[in-house]
Ligand binder design. Structure first.
Ligand code: FAD
Length: 307
């Protein structure tokens, strides 16, 4: 019941000011966010790499209101990629981009976001790494997949994210299960209507399993974006069943979630990547993590009582 309320709160400016201003919030935020700035993000990546875990970095910044803000977000990625190249981290770290941060939601936003993402793909290619386009609410899926198709012409390893809770996703998975195509499969983190998305946990899990099977059977590069032990086990079984070697798919989990499991998979010789968000604009990301799991919320509320 709390999930939808928290997802609604993630879009409220009033609650944003309240939560962001509370002094107890910070230690809890630090569990899920690598830090406000690039140096902290790079330090987190180095720690992960030392543990055998690769990274995809997300510079936090959603809901831009003008093109100048979109350009600032794009430039933050260009600085990030330049730093990854300078520090020699390009072989172990890529970047994840939310097209809304590049202006996708503005009038003429499709072209603005495409231009910004193209610049970021060029900078990533220059240091030998890749970009993955995060997926946001269902109204953006067509535009995001169209931008992906454009980018893949010059940068075929640009990755997509598919959300298993969307009823359309099995078809999208079939279309993207092709040679060279990197696809992160997640359950989905936004509040969506029943007309477009499965609502029950059971239906979402079943849909995830069906999509995973399609991606693992196909010719692309599946990225299993889940903390769910059942999905991880299924992915391992499917990989074995389809004769996939460890470099032909990877696991992905969020920074700060199931760290021990991330290290365990790495120690087993499996490819595992942590999604590392950083930046001052952490509110929306943080609230979605609270909405996903009561235990995360309990951890947050406890911090108010144990000051
Ligand atoms: P859940 O159904 O949330 O959890 C299933 C089980 O996993 C739990 O029962 C528990 O056993 C285990 N588990 C989950 N969390 C924890 C925890 N904190 N501690 C211990 N065990 C836990 N969503 C989008 O909509 N768009 C995106 O672009 C996107 N990118 C993502 C990138 C990555 C790398 C990941 C991992 C997720 C991303 N998500 C994205 C979020 C995703 O959609 C889900 O909301 C989120 O991953 C929770 O789903 P789950 O598969 O982990 O399973």
């Amino acid at each position: 019941m709390l999930g939808p309320a928290l997802l609604a709160a993630s879009r409220s400016d009033r609650i944003r000011r309240l939560v962001s201003g509370a002094s107890v919030t910070r230690p809890v935020v630090d569990r899920f966010i690598a830090g406000d700035g690039l140096p902290e993000a790079l330090a987190a990546v180095r720690t992960l790499i030392a543990q055998g875990v690769e990274a995809t970095l997300d510079h936090l910044g959603e809901d831009v209101t003008d093109a100048a803000q979109a350009h600032r977000n794009r430039d933050a990625y260009l600085r990030l990629l330049e730093a990854l190249g300078r520090e020699g981290l390009g072989g172990h770290a890529e970047v994840s981009v939310k097209l809304s941060a590049f202006g996708q939601g503005l009038p003429d936003g499709h072209d603005l976001a495409l231009a910004g993402a193209r610049r970021v793909c060029e900078a990533a290619a220059a240091i030998g790494t890749t970009v993955t386009l995060d997926m946001e609410d269902h109204t953006t899926v067509d535009s995001t997949l169209a931008i992906l198709a454009e980018l893949r012409r010059d940068h075929p390893r640009t990755g997509a994210v598919l959300q298993a809770y969307l009823r359309r996703t099995e078809d999208d998975a079939r279309a993207l299960a092709v040679e060279g195509s990197r696809v992160r499969l997640v359950k989905g983190a936004y509040k969506e209507p029943a007309s477009v998305a499965y609502q029950s946990r059971r239906d979402v899990n079943l849909a995830y399993a069906r999509c995973l099977r399609i991606l693992m059977a196909g010719d692309g590069y599946p990225m299993i974006g889940s903390h769910d032990p059942r999905m991880i086990e299924l992915a391992v079984r499917l990989a074995d069943g389809y004769g996939r070697s460890s470099g032909t798919y990877e696991f992905q989990m969020l920074y700060g979630i199931r760290d021990a499991e991330q290290r365990r998979l790495a120690a087993e010789g499996r490819r595992i990547r942590a999604y590392v968000p950083y930046g001052a604009d952490w509110y929306g990301y943080f609230m979605r993590r609270l909405a996903e799991r009561p235990a995360n919320l309990a951890f947050f509320l406890r911090s108010f009582t144990t000051r």
